[in-house]
Design a protein around this ligand. Sequence first.
Ligand code: RB5
Length: 145
Amino acid sequence: MKNRIIHIGSDHGGFELKELLVSYLQKKGYSVNDIGTFSSDSVDYPEYGRKVAEEVLNDGNTGIIICGTGIGISIAANRLKGIRAALCHCTEYAEMARKHNNANILALGGRFIDTETAKSICDVFLNTEFEGGRHQKRIDLIDKI
Ligand code: RB5
């Protein structure tokens, strides 16, 4: 997985956590492409899920998407073929999402996760490799759906 650029986006429900993760990731040396939203005004999460998904498909880097629960925005992103957005609540999920599912977008629920857990989930997601092998066959089957 390429990790030079992190494409990140959220709706208003994920705005606060997004802002925090943008500076956290920048401090870690990542180049962060923040596609918004840029305030806590109410917006529609499908737009932000779609935009991040398009960026990820375009350059093969990694995405992070955040809404209130992480549910709506991950449903939206997963509509694009080739996107595997995984909603993670703990580091173990992030690890499995990378190892087994080769997830290319991490989804988080901004209203349901504490900051330190969110940072740890990002660290694990961005630093865990896909295992390939039998898991690749299953991803190929997903792509055939
Ligand atoms: C917005 O109020 C909320 O519905 C959204 O952030 C998200 O939780 C949807 O799945």
